[in-house]
Write a protein that binds this ligand. Structure first.
Ligand code: ITT
Length: 190
């Protein structure tokens, strides 16, 4: 079965494809011929995920799902949150990580969480699924896998950052995987 995933982020596509391998064939925006950077003007993950999924319904008449996600750092009042992709003003991951590390410098509270909200638009209905993973922000980068803030995020109960884990290992525990598993369970029910 085919599912359309409304993203331009190749790393997200890879994670979702790996997690759904054998169950669903995942088409991203490029695959359906959509080359638009869909505006994300809402101030919640749910709002932005819904903007992305609804865009595909409206312009391509296809059911689809979208993921809006980000990092919430407790000591920064849950920033960067919905602004995670451009916290420093650019989409450059290193610059965004430096922004977080700079603001946290000297702060003993390193608590943070990754959050994913999936909006699944199906037959005109919006279904929302959430995933959260708690962890801490390291003082320096470690690891080269993954994307975004992975080199500084260490999930609770692990000694490795997400960027030091293989995709399969990250996919067992990540915010994205948790939200995705909820969506898969829902799709099985119907
Ligand atoms: P699409 O909107 O096209 O899906 P995007 O990269 O713009 O791609 P978001 O708006 O959801 O995605 O922004 C999420 C940002 O949060 C992303 O660019 C990363 O900086 C960060 N992020 C989300 N999930 C992450 C993960 O699993 N590991 C590391 N950083 C993550």
């Amino acid at each position: 079965k085919k599912l359309v995933f409304a993203t331009n982020n190749q790393h997200k596509t890879e994670e979702i494809r790996a997690a759904l391998a054998g169950k669903y064939e995942v088409l991203n925006l490029e695959d359906i011929g959509c080359f638009v950077d869909i505006p994300e003007t809402a101030n919640t993950f749910e709002g932005n995920a819904t903007l992305k999924s609804s865009y595909v319904v409206k312009h391509f008449n296809l059911d689809c799902f979208a993921d809006d996600s980000g990092l919430e750092v407790e000591a920064l009042n849950n920033e960067p949150g919905v602004y995670s992709a451009r916290y420093s003003g650019s989409r450059d991951s290193l610059e965004n990580i430096q922004m977080v590390l700079g603001k946290l410098e000297g702060n003993p509270n390193r608590k943070a969480r990754f959050k994913t909200v999936i909006s699944l638009m199906q037959n005109g209905q919006n279904h929302i699924f959430e995933g959260v993973i708690e962890g801490t922000i390291r003082t320096a980068l470690s690891g080269s896998k993954g994307f975004g803030y992975d080199p500084v995020f260490q999930p609770d109960g692990y000694e490795l950052t997400f960027a030091e884990m293989d995709l399969a290992e990250k996919n067992k525990i990540s915010h994205r995987a948790i939200a995705l598993n909820k969506m898969v369970a829902f799709l099985k029910e119907i």
